[in-house]
Design a protein around this ligand. Structure first.
Ligand code: ADP
Ligand code: SF4
Length: 704
């Protein structure tokens, strides 16, 4: 039986936040409150309709008044393969979407669908149809992941009419599936957006030239949607305004003002945003909460229709301010609702202190690029609602009397402690450091990473409220201590350490540069002062190498950054951060040397060999900081399991390792590992790989 941890009792809502719970009419439908889960990618395709329905349905359960799909392709000429996109190409697809609508409606929310044509931004790798575009200009064609060799065709009038017709047909299917709000999507490089922007739209017919001509296609798409379903469904326009706002207009403040004026009362809802993933869905490292405001703040002054926008809002004060200052009517959330689907209900219950706030790390975005259902650093249950039957606020209660001893209070240990405690276990969490949080204590003090502190704060706050939890800092535990304590279940979460391994031309860590003035991030964390000039040599490829380079430069040291990869912090392409990583390094005066292997460090000079030609370059560097390979800190675990008779005699039933101690990874992996361990104490379902399957009512090709 599920036992809800989250309780509405004993708290009341702050009356200041009442405005967030006003109803908002949107065309023929009414949103029950102002919390609007805007369209966002979930990595869930037709292959996993139940995963998708459970993921979206949970947002409605958590209080979001409107819950949207991600982009849903209207036709095979909008084929984003191999990315995990959803479709509404024929009547078969209706059934999968209907599952989501039912799950959303069950909790009284409205269901929205973002109909989408990718135009020049898709390569149609599966359908092999020449991509559509206004003027034959590709979108991000040199960008890894988008790169392809097929340039888009220039649409003729028939092509334009086809897309408009497909939008109407898809809208009819969407209505049949049960959606209440149907989108036209004119953002982020997709087809209607390309018609709006003069650089992409060089047509000299009725669809190009003046702004009035450039909006014609969008207007026709809205009209086609309304003609198809407007009697009972609202028609929303999602539009990117960053580029348009930067363009002067003859009679308006900007082209953005002109476009919104021309279409002001045409859609039932304006959903306004930025233009490219790195700015639209920006990481907290580079953009604060509410960073869209300076671009979209004018829209409500021009239209009488409701306006929704985003900005990684997690604070009810910021949300209330957006409404009261007349910036937005509906508070859009994507990441906020991934990290905590119950954010609205927690505000309503006066429990905003319990919101599991998004940290803006963009691991969720990386899962889209990886082609898998969404993963979240803060919320291990995201994407696992159906597959593992994990609910973020409800837990199976244990009937076991087993006591848990968790050694190490990094993200893995904190999460395991919290989830085990919520399931009713008596939990002891101990850490040798004076502050809990493990590696995050160091990392969240680095440039740009303070928001990540929420990983510790959320968990420690919750743990401190519970009377079945004992927290011990400054408590290093040895094998003998653990045997003496004799808790039935022992969990080792002692993290990992950085090594001085180098990197070989086979792209594997090899050897070690073990000499004076060679350091790892652990040395910096320990407060060791290093002398410049410094070379940061990074083959970890995530954030830390770049961030440490910034930190050392900020201390006044002369810093260079080198990597075997093609970019600084190469993996951050997956999290939308890479352009800003390069900007920051450039702004800090840190030279970036790519595609090199560190070979030597002698006489205050490093030798760097080009990975393709082996050509050597030398660089002055008194110190070298290697951000490369991490290995588990698992000696305590190994000692414990090396003598099973001793642990058994001490009454210990199980010894496990979790997090970096098991397999070093990002924070998301440590949190998941701790969560998975704790859930498995009470349920065995998560041991299975439960596989979702497509719903096919009609044979392939029977209905189009
Ligand atoms: P993870 O990311 O897996 O949670 P971290 O490296 O962030 O790992 O955290 C590991 C924590 O374990 C650190 O806070 C460290 O102080 C603690 N730790 C390591 N060894 C011991 C020990 N023997 N006793 C208590 N705490 C320990
Ligand atoms: Fe926020 Fe990170 Fe979770 Fe995405 S993965 S929702 S950015 S905490």
């Amino acid at each position: 039986m599920f036992n809800s941890y989250f309780s509405f009792q004993g708290h009341t809502m702050n009356p200041h936040y009442q405005v967030l719970f006003d109803k908002v009419p949107i065309g023929p439908v009414v949103a029950p409150n102002r919390f609007y889960q805007v369209p966002h990618a979930s990595g869930m395709t037709e292959a996993n309709p139940r995963v998708r329905a459970a993921f979206r349905g949970l947002k409605a359960e958590g209080g979001w008044g409107v819950v949207s799909t991600g982009a849903v392709s209207i036709h095979p000429s909008s084929d984003d393969s191999p990315l995990p996109y959803a479709r509404l190409w024929d009547d078969n697809d209706i059934h999968a979407h209907a599952l989501s609508c039912d799950a959303i409606h069950q909790h009284g929310a409205l269901a929205a669908i973002e109909l989408w044509h990718g135009g020049a931004s898709v390569m149609n790798r599966s359908s092999r149809i020449a991509p559509y575009s206004p003027s034959g200009i590709g979108w991000a064609a040199t960008h890894v992941g988008f790169m392809g060799q097929l340039r888009p065709k220039i649409m003729d009038t028939t092509d334009i009419q086809d897309v408009v017709r497909w939008q109407g047909q898809a809208a009819i299917r969407a209505k049949k599936a049960g959606f209440d709000i149907i989108y036209v999507y004119a953002g982020m490089g997709y087809l209607p957006y390309q018609f709006l922007i003069s650089e992409y739209n060089r047509r000299d017919d009725a669809y190009g030239g003046s702004v009035a001509n450039r909006v014609r296609f969008v207007h026709e798409l809205i009209d086609a949607t309304r003609d198809a379903v407007g009697d009972s469904c609202a028609v929303a326009l999602r539009i990117s305004l960053e580029e348009l706002r930067a363009k002067p207009s003859n009679h308006f403040e900007s082209e953005a003002h002109e476009v919104v004026s021309l279409l002001s009362e045409v859609p039932d809802l304006w959903d306004v945003k930025m233009d490219s993933s790195p700015t639209d869905c920006s990481a907290s490292r580079f953009r604060p909460e509410g960073s869209h405001e300076s671009i979209i703040d004018f829209v409500k002054q021009i239209t009488n229709k409701p306006v929704v926008g985003v900005g990684r809002f997690t604070s009810p004060d910021t949300m209330t301010s957006q409404i009261n200052r007349g910036i937005l009517d509906l508070i859009g959330g994507a990441r906020a609702g991934i990290a905590d689907p119950f954010l609205p209900n927690k505000i309503k219950a006066g429990r905003e202190d319990e919101i599991r706030e998004c940290i803006g790390c963009n691991i969720c975005i990386s899962s889209w690029h990886d082609g898998v259902p969404v993963r979240c650093t803060q919320n291990a249950t995201a994407g696992e609602e159906w597959r593992k039957n994990w609910h973020p606020e409800k837990f199976n209660r244990t009937s076991s009397e087993d006591r848990l001893l968790i050694i190490g209070a990094g993200p893995a240990g904190l999460e395991a402690a919290l989830i085990a405690a919520k399931q009713g276990f008596q939990v002891t969490l101990s850490d040798q450091s004076k502050t809990m949080g493990g590696r995050l204590n160091f990392e969240t003090a680095l440039p740009g990473l303070s928001t990540w502190r929420r990983v510790i704060d959320y968990r420690l706050y919750a743990l401190k409220q519970m009377n079945n939890v004992d927290l011990y800092s400054n408590s290093e535990l040895s094998r003998d201590d653990i045997l003496e304590l004799g808790h039935e279940r022992v969990v080792v979460a002692t993290g990992a350490k950085w090594t001085k391994s180098l990197y070989s031309s086979l792209e594997i860590p090899v050897g070690e540069l073990n000499q004076a003035n060679v350091y790892t991030p652990d040395d910096i964390a320990a407060g060791i002062k290093i002398n410049g000039p410094v070379l940061v040599y990074d083959f970890d490829n995530y954030y830390l190498g770049g961030v440490l380079a910034e930190k050392l430069a900020a201390q006044g040291l002369s810093v260079s950054y080198a990597t075997p990869a093609g970019h600084a912090s190469a993996w951050t392409i997956m999290t939308n951060e890479q352009p800003f990583v390069h900007q920051n390094l450039e702004n800090a005066g840190i030279p970036v040397i790519t595609q090199v292997l560190l070979q030597s460090h002698e006489n205050e000079t490093v030798g760097l060999a080009n990975i393709f030609t082996e050509k050597l370059q030398q660089l002055a560097a008194k110190s070298v900081l290697i951000v490369g390979l991490r290995i588990p800190n698992d000696s305590l675990y190994q000692t414990l399991i090396s003598n099973p008779n001793a642990t058994l005699a001490a009454g210990i039933k199980s010894v496990d390792r979790i997090g970096d101690c098991l397999a070093p990874g990002a924070i998301v992996h440590a949190i998941y590992s701790g969560h998975d361990y704790a859930r498995n104490l009470v349920t065995t379902r998560s041991d299975l790989y439960l596989r979702d399957i497509p719903i096919a009512v009609n044979p392939p090709g029977a209905v189009i």
